[in-house]
Design a protein around this ligand. Structure first.
Ligand code: SF4
Ligand code: SF4
Length: 376
C-alpha cells in the first residue's frame, strides 16, 4: 500500500504489456544514464543504505530485507533476517557492493535510476571512497502482508508473490521484528509496503506487539480503508500515530478506474468512522494519544477535474480528517497522466503546501464548517 508514496500507476491487470512497458522504461532509463555518464562522473551513494533515511529500507513479508519500497523483482534484496541480524546486513557484502557500484555510477537495482535515495557523495567525503552501510535508525518499513484486496494497475502481485517465501509475517516474526526495532533504537516504523495492512486478521495483536517493545516509536500506516470496518481494526489504527487513507476519487467511477475492486462509499465511510471513533475516545478521556488521519488522493487524467478537487476538499472537510493531500499518479499510458501541476492555482487557493511530493491541505486550519468552495 505504498501507492502514492511515491504513487503508482493506472488501471489494468494485464501484466504482459505492463511488463514490456516496464522493461522498455528500464532500458530507456539505462540508455539515458549511460549517455549522462559520459559527461557526469560524480560518484553516487544511497542515503537509505547509509542510514540517512526514515523510509524505503523494508522488512518484507518473508523476513528478507529490501532497500526500497518498489522491489517487485527482488533486485533490491540486501539480506535476510532469518539468517542475519540487521547489523550484519548493513555491514555485509551486499550493502558494500551496492554502495561501491553506485560510487562507480553503476545501478545495482532496477529502481535506482528513479530512486529519491540516490545522491552524489559530498565533495569533502570523496577521498574516503564508497559510503559505508549503516542501520536505518531513523525509520524502517515493515510489510506485514504482501496480499491485497484490490488490484490497482502496476501493483505486480503475481510477480511479487512468486518472490516472497511467505505472503504474510507471522506473530512470531513480528515479535522478532519488534525486538529488533527496540535493539537498534529505530524511531519510526512505516507499517505497510506492497500489500494492504488491514487484510491481516491479527492486525491488533501485531500493533500491540510493536507498541509493547517500542512504546515511543512512531507508527505510520497506509490503507485503502475498505477493511477498516470493525472494532479490532479501529483499535489497531488508533494505536498508530498516522493513518493514510488512499482514496483516489470522489465517486465509484472516479475511484475504481485505478483502485480496481474498490468501493468509494465504504472506503469514505470507514475513514469518517475512524475520525468519529477517535473523537469519541478522546471525549471520554479513554486516550490522550491522537492519531493523525490523512486522506491521500492520487490524481490522474480522469479524477483531476477542478470539480473533483473541490468535491474532495468538501468531502474531506465533512469527514473530519486532519489533512487532504493530492499526489500526481505515475502512469504507463501518457493519456492517463494528469496535466495538473503542483503549481496549479487550485492548490494555492486551498492553502496547500508541498509535502512528501504532494500538495497537502491542513484541514484543521479551516475554522468554518463550510469550505469556501466558491472562492477556489
Ligand atoms: S493493489 Fe493494494 S497495495 Fe497495490 S496500490 Fe492498490 S491498494 Fe495499494
Ligand atoms: S533503489 Fe538504489 S538508490 Fe534506492 S534505496 Fe535501493 S540501492 Fe538505494
Amino acid at each position: 500500500m505504498s501507492e502514492g508514496l511515491p504513487a503508482r500507476s493506472s488501471s489494468g491487470l494485464n501484466h504482459g504489456p505492463m511488463e514490456s512497458l516496464r522493461v522498455l522504461g528500464w532500458k530507456l532509463r539505462e540508455a539515458m544514464r549511460s549517455a549522462w555518464n559520459r559527461y557526469d562522473r560524480t560518484p553516487l551513494y544511497c542515503k537509505a543504505l547509509a542510514g540517512e533515511s526514515d523510509y524505503n529500507i523494508c522488512v518484507n513479508s518473508d523476513m528478507t530485507v529490501s532497500c526500497n519500497c518498489q522491489d517487485f523483482d527482488g533486485t533490491g534484496r540486501i539480506g535476510d533476517l532469518r539468517s542475519q541480524t540487521l547489523g550484519e546486513i548493513f555491514s555485509g557484502e551486499t550493502v558494500r557492493v551496492f554502495q561501491k557500484s553506485l560510487a562507480s555510477r553503476e545501478f545495482p537495482t532496477s529502481v535506482c535510476a528513479t530512486c529519491p535515495e540516490l545522491a552524489p557523495i559530498p565533495a569533502g567525503d570523496l577521498a574516503r571512497g564508497p559510503v559505508l552501510g549503516r542501520v536505518p535508525s531513523r525509520g524502517i518499513m515493515v510489510e506485514n502482508t504482501a496480499l491485497c484486496n484490490l488490484k490497482c494497475g502496476l501493483c505486480r502481485r503475481k510477480e511479487l508473490l512468486a518472490l516472497r517465501r511467505q505472503p504474510s509475517l507471522s506473530l512470531e516474526d513480528i515479535e522478532q521484528v519488534s525486538r529488533m526495532l527496540a535493539e537498534y533504537g529505530i524511531k519510526q516504523v512505516s507499517y505497510f509496503n506492497l500489500g494492504e495492512p488491514f487484510l491481516s486478521a491479527d492486525i491488533l495483536a501485531e500493533v500491540r506487539l510493536l507498541r509493547r517493545h517500542n512504546p515511543g516509536i512512531r507508527i505510520i500506516t497506509s490503507t485503502n480503508g475498505l477493511l477498516l470496518d470493525n472494532e479490532e481494526k479501529i483499535e489497531a489504527a488508533l494505536l498508530m500515530d498516522h493513518v493514510y487513507f488512499s482514496i483516489d476519487g470522489v465517486s465509484q467511477d472516479t475511484l475504481a478506474r485505478y483502485q480496481v475492486g474498490g468501493d468509494f462509499d465504504r472506503q469514505y465511510r470507514n475513514m469518517k468512522t475512524l475520525v468519529e471513533q477517535r473523537s469519541a475516545r478522546t471525549a471520554q478521556a479513554l486516550t490522550t494519544h491522537l492519531t493523525l488521519i490523512e486522506w491521500k488522493y492520487v490524481f490522474f487524467s480522469w479524477n483531476d477535474h477542478l470539480d473533483h478537487m473541490k468535491q474532495a476538499l468538501q468531502l474531506a472537510h465533512g469527514s473530519g480528517v486532519d489533512r487532504l493531500t493530492f499526489h500526481p499518479g505515475s502512469v504507463t499510458e501518457k493519456a492517463d497522466l494528469s496535466k495538473r501541476s503542483l503549481a496549479d492555482p487550485f492548490f494555492q487557493s486551498a492553502g496547500a503546501r508541498l509535502l512528501d511530493g504532494g500538495m497537502s491541505i491542513d484541514l484543521t486550519a479551516y475554522s468554518s464548517a463550510d469550505v469556501q468552495l466558491e472562492s477556489l
